[in-house]
Design a protein around this ligand. Structure first.
Ligand code: F6R
Length: 262
C-alpha cells in the first residue's frame, strides 16, 4: 500500500484527482470503478473542474459503480444512480452508454449480478477502482466477514452501516435499505489499481485496522494489503490512529522525482 497523507480532505482529494486525471489522459478509454457516499464528493468536484477548465475528456471512459441499494428505484433521491448523475456524470462528457451502476430493482438480481461481472470482463477489467471505507472496515458494501473471493452479489448491511447512512435518509435508520448489490472483494481486487480515500476522525480506527492490522475478513478493506497497486489517500485526521504515520509521510515526501505519480 502506498500511503498519501495530506492536511485536509480538500488537498487530499485534489491530489487523488490528479492521479485519476493522469490515467484518463494516458488511456482515454480507461475503465474506472467508482464509489458513492460523502467521501469521493471532493474528488468528483475536482474531476469536474479538470473537465471544464483543463479539457479532461471522459468521452471514451467506461465506468462501473461499486454498489447500489436493493429496492430503491433509480430516480429515488438516495439511489446511487441518482447520486452519480447528480454529482459527476451530468457535469462531464461521459457517454451514458458507458456508465454501469448495479440495478437495485432488477427482477432477477443474481442474474443481474452475474451480468455485471461479465460486463466488467467484456470492458477489459477495471483500470482504477475508487474506494471509500466504512467505519466497520467495509469496502464496497462488503461487510465484515465477507469472503475475500466474493464477486458481485447481494449483501445485507450491518446495523452500523445503517446507522452511518441514516444521515442520507432524514436521520431515520429504518428508511435505509437493508440489502444491496455490491461488487465482491474478489472483483475489487481484480482492479489494476485501487484508490482508497478516507477523511476525518470517524475513519481513523478503520484506516489503522486496514493498514496496520492483520489481514482478516472482519476488516474487509485489510485485503488491500495484498493488492500490488493500492494507493490510500487520507487526511491528517483519518491518519491519526496510524502508528507509522511519520514513516508514510517521510516516504511520500522523499519520493524521488522519477517515482512521483501523485
Ligand atoms: C459507496 C461504498 C461504501 C462507502 C463507505 C463510506 O459506494 O462503496 O463502501 O465508500 O460506506 O461511506 P462515506 O463516504 O459516506 O463515509
Amino acid at each position: 500500500m502506498e500511503m498519501i497523507i495530506k492536511e485536509t480532505a480538500e488537498t487530499t482529494s485534489i491530489t487523488a484527482a490528479r492521479w485519476v486525471a493522469r490515467l484518463v489522459r494516458e488511456k482515454p478509454n480507461a475503465v474506472l470503478g467508482l464509489a458513492t457516499g460523502s467521501t469521493p464528493l471532493k474528488l468528483y468536484q475536482e474531476l469536474i473542474r479538470l473537465h471544464q477548465e483543463e479539457n479532461l475528456d471522459f468521452s471514451e471512459v467506461t465506468t462501473f459503480n461499486l454498489d447500489e441499494y436493493i429496492g430503491l428505484p433509480r430516480d429515488h433521491e438516495q439511489s446511487y444512480y441518482t447520486f452519480m448523475w447528480k454529482n459527476l456524470f451530468s457535469q462531464i462528457n461521459i457517454d451514458p452508454k458507458k456508465v454501469h451502476i448495479p440495478d437495485g430493482m432488477a427482477p432477477d438480481i443474481p442474474a443481474a449480478c452475474a451480468a455485471y461481472e461479465e460486463a466488467i470482463t467484456q470492458a477489459g477489467g477495471i483500470d482504477l477502482q475508487v474506494l471509500g471505507i466504512g467505519s466497520d472496515g467495509h469496502v464496497g458494501f462488503n461487510e465484515p466477514t465477507s469472503s475475500f473471493a466474493s464477486r458481485t452479489r447481494i449483501k445485507t448491511l450491518t446495523r452500523q452501516t445503517l446507522k452511518d447512512n441514516a444521515r442520507f435518509f432524514d436521520g431515520d435508520e429504518s428508511q435505509v435499505p437493508q440489502h444491496c448489490i455490491t461488487m465482491g472483494i474478489g472483483t475489487i481486487m481484480d482492479a489494476r489499481c485501487t484508490l482508497m480515500l478516507a477523511f476525518g476522525k470517524a475513519k481513523a480506527e478503520a484506516i489503522a485496522a486496514m493498514v496496520e492490522g492483520p489481514v482478516a475478513a472482519v476488516v474487509p478493506a485489510s485485503i488491500l494489503q495484498h493488492h500490488p497497486h493500492a494507493k490510500v489517500f487520507i487526511d491528517d485526521e483519518a491518519a491519526s490512529g496510524l502508528q507509522r504515520a511519520d514513516y508514510y509521510r517521510w516516504v511520500y515526501d522523499g519520493k524521488p522525482e522519477w517515482q512521483i505519480d501523485a
